[in-house]
Ligand binder design. Sequence first.
Ligand SMILES: Cc1cc2nc3c(=O)[nH]c(=O)nc-3n(C[C@H](O)[C@H](O)[C@H](O)COP(=O)(O)O)c2cc1C
Ligand code: SF4
Length: 675
Amino acid sequence: MERLMRDPRYDILFEPVQIGPVKTKNRFYVVPHAISMGMSSMDEMVAYRKTRAEGGWGVVCIEETMIHETSDHAPLPDPCLYNDKHIEPISRIVAAVKEHGALAGVELAHAGASGPAAYYREHPLSPTAKFPHYFYNPISARTIDKQDIADFRRWYRDAAVRAKTAGFDIIYVYCAHNLSLLQDFLDTKTNKRTDEYGGVFENRVRLLRETLCDVKDAVGDSCAVAVRFAVEDRRRVSNITAQEDGRRVVEALADVPDLWDVNVSDWPWDSGSSRFFEEGQQEPFIDFVKKVTNKPVVGVGRFTSPDAMVSQIKRGILDLIGAARPSIADPFLPNKINEGRHDDIRECIGCNACTAEVMTSVRIRCTQNPSAGEEHLMGWHPENVPPADDPDKNILVVGGGPAGLEAAHTLAKRGYQVSIADAGSEWGGRLVRERKMPRLSTWGRVVDYRVGQLQTMVNVNMYLDSMLTAEDVAGFEADHVIVASGATWRGDGVGRNHDEPIPGHELPHVFNPENILDGKLPSGDVIVYDEDYFYMATVVAERLARAGCKVTYVTTASDPAPWTLNTLEMVHVINSMNEIGIEIVVGTSIVSISEGKVVTSRLLTGAEQVRPADAVVLVTGQVSDDNLYHELVKKREAGEIASLERVGDCLGPGQIAQATRDGRKAGMQFGGLAR
Ligand SMILES: Cc1cc2nc3c(=O)[nH]c(=O)nc-3n(C[C@H](O)[C@H](O)[C@H](O)COP(=O)(O)O)c2cc1C
Ligand code: SF4
C-alpha cells in the first residue's frame, strides 16, 4: 500500500515546544480530563492513557488528582497523590505514556468548597465558610485558617514531589471550572477574608502565587510547572472575567508558571456541546494570554480540524493544541494528520456522552469511539482489530444506522466479506432525520465517518433502498446476520410515568417525534410532553417554536431534559428555551387529551389543571423495530440461517453511544473471540 505523506501545511503542528525544563515532540496536547476509573482501576487507567500516547500526542495529562483527604468529588473516583503509597500505581501510567515518546502531565488539585470530601469524611475547606458548590451534601466548607494555609501549601509541595517521583514531566496547579480552592481565593464572591489573603486583588492572588512558587521550588528543576486557569467564568458563579480579574491574574503571574493552560469556566461552557458551541469557541476569551506572557500557552476548543489548529498557532493564539474530547474520540488524531490520513480522523461530534459517564461516576465512554474506556476491560483498540478467523465468511448487516455501520466497519476491518443493506435512500438510520433537527447537524459525523470508511473497502457491499424480508435474508446465505433495524417513537404516551396509554392519544391532533422528524408539523398552541428526559423533546420544542408554534414544554421530571445535566447541556437548553419563548412546566404529568385541551396533574400535589392545546407531541419512549429479527429467529431455528444477532436500538432503544458500542461488540465477537 502506498504510504501517505504529511501535508506540509501541517508541519508546524509537529514542531517541538520547550516548556520549562522539558520539551514536547509536537504541539498535540491531551489536556487533563477525568475518565472516572479511579485508583482501584489502575489497569484501565494505564490502558486508556497509553492509547493516547500511542496515537501520537506529544503530551498526555491525567485528570484532577487530589492532593489531600480534605478534597474529593466522591462518588467520582478521582486519582490521588495523598501519600507515598499512591506513587507506585500512578507511576505505571507515566511509564506507559512515556513508552510512546509523550510527556506525562498530572493536574494536582484541591477542590475546596466544590469537593464535599465525603469519602474521607473530612471537612471541606474554603476561603470563607460556605456550602459546597454543586453538591447537596449536608456539610458546610469551613474557613481555612493560617495553619490550614500553611498545611495546604505543604500538601501541594508534597504531592508535587510525589508526582515527580512517579515520573511526571508536567505538574499542574489547578485553578479552573469553579472546582478549585485556589480559584475560590481569587473570587470576591467566595473570598470575604480580611487578612492578607482577602480583599484587594494582590491579596486574593497571593495563595495561587505562593503555591506556584512552592511547586516550582519543589520540582521545577526537572519538571515543568503548569497552571490551569479559567480566565472567564461564563456562568458568573464567580466574578472572574477575561476583561478584569481573569486578565489581571495572568498579568500578575505572567512568567511564574512554565505553561499557561487557559480555558473558561465552568464545565458546561468549557466542554460546551456541539448543540450550543462551535469548534474554537473559547478563543475570544483566551486570546489575550499569549500577549501577556512569554511562556507557552495551551488552550482548548474541540479542535478536530488540522486547519483550525494551524490557524491557532499562526495567529499567535496558542502554542499547543489542547484536546480532551478530540483525543477521546480519536486517540490517533496526531498520527493520522502526520500520515496525511485526514479522511480517517474520527471527529468528535460534541455530544458529551463522555461527560455524562463522568458526571454519573461511570468509566468514560464515547459515541464516536466505542473503544474509549474499554481498552483494558474489553481489550479494544481504536485502530487495530483482530483478523478474521476466515476471510471468506460473509456477514449481512441489516440496517445502516449507527449500530449497523459500526458493526459492518469493525467486521470489514477484520477482513470478513461484509454486506450492509438499508431500506432507506440514505445511510444513517435514526441520524438521517435527527441530524437535520435544530443544533444536531454535527452528530452526522457518526454516519459520515463510517460510510466514508466503508466506501473505500473492497470487501464491503453497500445496498440502499433495500427493504429485506426474512426470505431475502435467508436467501442471502450469510454466515452471520446482524439485525440493526432501529426503533420507532411510540405515539401512545407510554413512558417513564405512564404504564398505560394516555387517554386521547389516538386523536388526530396528537403527534409524536416520528411526525416531526418527517416534517409533519402542528400549528398553534402546542404542548410538547417529555417522559424521555434526554434531548428529543427539547429539540422538537425548538423546531416547533421556530416554525411559529406557541410551545409549552411539560415534563414529569423536576428539571427539563434531566439527562442533559450530565451532558452539560441543561443550562444551555433552558437558556435557549427561554430565549425562544418556550414555557417550561416541570413535575407535571398529562392525565388526558381531548380536542383543544389537555388535563395535567402536578406530581407533588395531584392538583389538576386544564390547559388549552391545539396539538400535543408525546415524546415518551421508543419501541424496537424487531419484527424482522423475530421472523429470522424462526428461520434460524428451522436451520435456514446459520447465525443471528441484533444490535443497537433494535435490541433496546438508547443513546447513540450505546448503538455504536453494540455494533463494535458484535463486530469484535464474531468468529469465536471471547470479546
Ligand atoms: C470527560 C471529560 C472530563 C474532564 N475532566 C477534567 C478534569 O479532570 N480536569 C480539567 O481540568 N478539565 C477536565 N475536563 C475539561 C477538559 O480538559 C477541556 O478543558 C474541555 O473538555 C474542553 O476541551 P475539548 O473541547 O478539547 O474537549 C474534562 C472534559 C471531559 C470531556
Ligand atoms: S462522547 Fe461525544 S463529545 Fe465525547 S468525545 Fe465522544 S464524540 Fe466527542
